[in-house]
Write a protein of this length. Structure first.
Length: 330
């Protein structure tokens, strides 16, 4: 049975105006696939990168990397999901900005009854990102309770989850944000210290907070604007974990800089390396669900947009007007 689904497409890289709604045909799932009807779709900065061409993908491109809804059909070989299951995912290929789609089942997991569709859609990509950062992307000596970490964009969707999760682990998270209001939001969600990077030198302030020692790890999704100073925040053998480019792509660096600044480590991490298998995806999702259902991590959905208003949603995201998570409602 073939159905149609309103879907956000991009025919060529560009600004928010490049997106448009089209009705696409949606058929039956093939082997290893499911068909899911979305109740909510997540909005993430990676969507902006793909739309604008920072991450160049073949055109035409359907946008969106996460959503939650109900499984309508299951392809051959899929055993962990059944028709009627509540489910959520962060997954490649893109295409979640829609009502109905077929996609690979390996990154789709059952959504616990205690978690709403909106929360499920808002938290999968961002929550799994925090999981792999705080649990897998670790400095040479690991992280122990009491350790300092620096987290940029601490009032965003990923940042607010990280503030809460880091507090639950006993870490002293130093969060940066672009306004006093956003700093207050990060602090209310568990950041031990906050820095308004528009009014303060975050590198100097980090050294002050840590008694001149620096932090064990910097988690940086901002990119170009924060990268260089972030290296100065690290203690010897510290880890610079770059996982985004909100302000632009980081320029190439000479490896010798890492030696001169204290034999530092540098990684450019991505979620999709970590969720390459169904087993890894399920284990990470179980950890995330446990944190959310226990109440240790609350998912803040501060913006909701109709699917047809996706251009405004992207403009708000790029202007850094948003706090917490945003969802599109089909």
């Amino acid at each position: 049975m073939t159905q149609t689904s309103p879907t956000v497409r991009v025919d060529q890289h560009g600004g928010a105006e490049a997106m448009h709604l089209v009705d696409l045909q949606v058929g039956e799932p093939g082997p290893g696939e499911i068909r899911i009807r979305h109740h909510a779709c997540g909005l993430n900065f990676i969507d902006v990168y793909q739309r604008s061409g920072v991450y160049a993908l073949p055109m035409p491109l359907s946008l969106g990397m996460e959503a939650a809804g109900v499984v309508e059909a299951v392809g051959e070989g899929v055993s962990h999901l059944q028709v009627g299951d509540r489910a959520a995912y962060a997954s490649n290929p893109p295409g979640s900005y829609c009502t109905l789609r077929v996609l690979p089942a390996k990154c789709v997991v059952k959504l616990p009854e205690a978690i709403s569709f909106e929360t499920g859609a808002a938290m999968m990509l961002k929550g799994l990102t925090v999981q792999y950062l705080l649990k897998k992307t670790l400095p040479q000596e690991g992280l122990q309770a009491g350790d300092f970490v620096l987290f940029h964009a601490a009032a965003g969707g990923v940042g607010l989850i990280a503030c809460q999760w880091a507090k639950a682990l006993g870490l002293q998270l130093i969060g940066t944000a672009g306004s006093d209001e956003k700093c207050a939001l990060a602090a209310a969600n568990g950041a031990a210290f906050t820095i308004n990077y528009r009014t303060q030198d975050f590198s100097a302030r980090v050294k002050e907070i840590t008694g001149g020692k620096g932090v064990k790890v910097v988690y940086d999704s901002v990119g170009k604007d924060t990268f260089e100073k972030s290296l100065d925040c690290l203690r010897p053998f510290g880890l610079m974990a770059s996982f985004g480019n909100a302000s632009g792509v980081v320029a190439p660096i000479a490896p010798g800089i890492l030696g001169a600044k204290g034999s530092l480590y540098l990684t450019r991490a991505t979620l999709f390396t970590h969720i390459a298998t169904r087993e890894a995806t399920q284990a990470m999702a179980d950890d995330l669900f446990a944190m959310v259902t226990s109440g240790q991590v609350k998912i803040h959905i501060d913006q909701r947009y109709a699917l047809a208003d996706v251009a405004q949603a992207h403009r708000d995201l790029e202007a850094r007007k948003n706090t917490g998570c945003s969802v599109l409602l089909p």
